[in-house]
Design a protein around this ligand. Structure first.
Ligand SMILES: *[C@@H]1O[C@H](CO)[C@@H](O)[C@H](O)[C@H]1NC(C)=O
Ligand SMILES: *[C@@H]1O[C@H](CO)[C@@H](O)[C@H](O)[C@H]1NC(C)=O
Ligand SMILES: *[C@@H]1O[C@H](CO)[C@@H](O)[C@H](O)[C@H]1NC(C)=O
Length: 479
């Protein structure tokens, strides 16, 4: 089924374009867009039954590897879910988690917007009633290599990941994935993600926009992107983090002042010792809470803790829903089961010895991480993409204050004034529309908005995809 017509001419052209726009040191010139002829085709990636699946899925789903670089032997792992109804008429949405080093399958799929969530037994699955495949075809990508099931045959690759190569490899991934799923070529395409994906999402969008311009084609028909609790700009994000922690009563006045004095101009990812020291003091003052969701309990089970941005922990305390702060531990149990890996077409030879939600190795060796992506926002706003920025307002890691400072720094004219938006009779959060960008906050959600407020997150996705403003209707549904 895959379209393999004259791959070579296309290859050379597209590669030189990618080199041109992404910096050639990171993109191997021997890569080709249309993959190896021996690579699996769509049907071979089809996932049938998963262990612990106690229900019949009414939609098709696929998982496997896409080689993004032959020379080093880099392959990215994906899991793709068709829309529940009428996938041919629905857009394609890519979801990316951040870290850097965290798996989109661990977070995005298994506890946020994916259809299959994992029960506390770590063995059985249940269907997420607010899965984003209700309104779209949704693709989860473990990126870059060393994350989740994505791998490289060149072990030094895992010590040399950075923003630039992540974007370049992800672009090749998409072009080749579309060769495997040609029915999605030219389909309306959106990129979504959170946290450190606040870098990945605009960077990949920029790579696609530039690629499309140069190649004069729209195989990847990118229409827009949406990020949640995203990293934008180290300076403005720092200001907002410290202010949020102080205003929420988590740190002392003295520490607040020192944080601003010592860390404001520091990098988020490559932090100086002096800033690390005062961050440690802050962390001591804050105590043992979940910084990704400051009002909900922490997981008290014996699970390993990970650091800052990279990890995120849990979910929300809606009174009606049973709150489970240990969702990550369930993924670790499930995705390490050999029979689960087999069903997902993971090749044992390339699988990590232990699958983890976030790779310390990748995180600790991260290379290039620009201090800001606001310049990319200006370029992409200019290119006409639909850009939405959402923020769970109980996250202290990339809080709503950071997002607001960063948006303010873009100096965009307001086209729709600040107002509360409603979901089922309740204020879901607040919103403001700027020329080229829409801001939406989510009341009571932590870092992972769809984990804490799954229904509201789906409502936001629907508005985003249809390009309509958040609702001001106070109507209550009668279910
Ligand atoms: C799934 O579908 C099969 C075949 O249609 C049926 O026999 C089975 O009972 C279904 N299982 C569930 C859990 O609904
Ligand atoms: C990695 O190396 C193995 C063994 O040579 C090979 O079968 C596999 O295709 C390589 N992976 C990639 C992505 O090139
Ligand atoms: C927690 O888990 C670690 C590693 O699995 C183990 O070494 C440690 O003893 C456990 N601690 C408790 C209190 O169970």
């Amino acid at each position: 089924m895959a379209n393999t017509r004259c791959p070579f001419v296309l290859q050379l052209l597209t590669l030189s374009l990618i080199n041109l726009y992404l910096g050639n040191s990171v993109v191997s010139v021997t890569s080709s867009i249309s993959g190896h002829p021996s690579e699996p085709k769509e049907e071979l990636d089809r996932v049938l039954d998963l262990p612990g699946q106690t229900f019949n899925a009414t939609f098709a789903h696929y998982s496997g590897y896409v080689t993004v670089n032959e020379e080093s032997g880099r392959a990215l792992f994906y899991w793709f879910f068709e829309a529940i109804e009428d996938p041919d008429s629905k857009p394609l949405v890519l979801w990316l988690n951040g870290g850097p080093g965290c798996s989109s399958i661990a977070y995005g799929e298994a506890e946020e917007v994916g259809p299959f969530h994992i029960r506390p037994d770590g063995k059985t699955l249940y269907l997420n009633p607010y899965s984003w495949n209700q309104v779209s075809n949704i693709l989860f990508l473990d990126s870059p290599v060393g994350v989740g099931f994505s791998y490289s045959n060149t072990s030094s690759d895992l010590l040399n990941n950075g923003d630039r190569r992540t974007a370049a490899d992800s672009l090749i991934f998409l072009l080749r994935w579309l060769e495997r799923f040609p029915q999605y070529k030219g389909r309306d395409f959106y990129i979504t993600g959170e946290s450190y994906a606040g870098h990945y999402v605009p960077q990949l969008s920029q790579a696609i926009v530039r690629y499309n311009l140069a190649a004069k084609e729209k195989t990847i028909n990118l229409k827009g992107y949406m990020v949640g609790n995203a990293l934008f700009d180290d300076y403005h994000d720092h200001l907002g983090v410290f202010q949020f922690m102080w205003a929420a009563g988590m740190i002392s006045d003295q520490t607040y002042k020192l944080l601003n004095l010592i860390c404001d101009f520091d990098s988020f990812i490559h932090t100086k010792d002096s800033c690390n020291k005062i961050q440690d003091v802050a962390s001591e003052e804050v105590g043992d809470i979940d910084p990704y969701s400051i009002f909900t309990p922490t997981c008290t089970a014996n699970v390993s803790q990970s650091n800052q941005l990279r990890k995120r922990m849990h979910m929300v305390g809606s009174v009606k829903e049973k709150y489970d702060p240990c969702t990550e531990a369930h993924s670790v149990a499930y995705f390490n089961l050999p029979e689960v890996q087999k069903a997902l077409h993971v090749i044992p030879e390339f699988a990590p010895s232990k699958w983890v939600t976030c790779s310390e190795l990748v995180n600790n060796h991260w290379k290039d991480s620009p201090r800001t992506v606001l310049d990319i926002y200006h370029e992409l706003i200019h290119s006409g993409l639909r850009i939405w920025v959402i923020s769970g307002d109980t996250d202290s890691v990339l809080p709503v204050t950071s997002t607001r400072y960063s948006i303010d720094a873009l100096k965009l004219p307001t086209v729709g004034p600040w107002h509360a938006w409603y979901d089922d009779g309740q204020v879901g959060g607040w919103t403001q529309e700027y020329a080229g960008l829409t801001f939406v906050s989510v009341r009571g959600a932590g870092h992972e908005v769809p984990l804490h407020r799954p229904k509201q997150a789906l409502t936001i996705l629907k508005s985003f995809l249809s390009g309509s403003s958040m609702s001001t209707s106070k109507q209550v549904s009668d279910i």
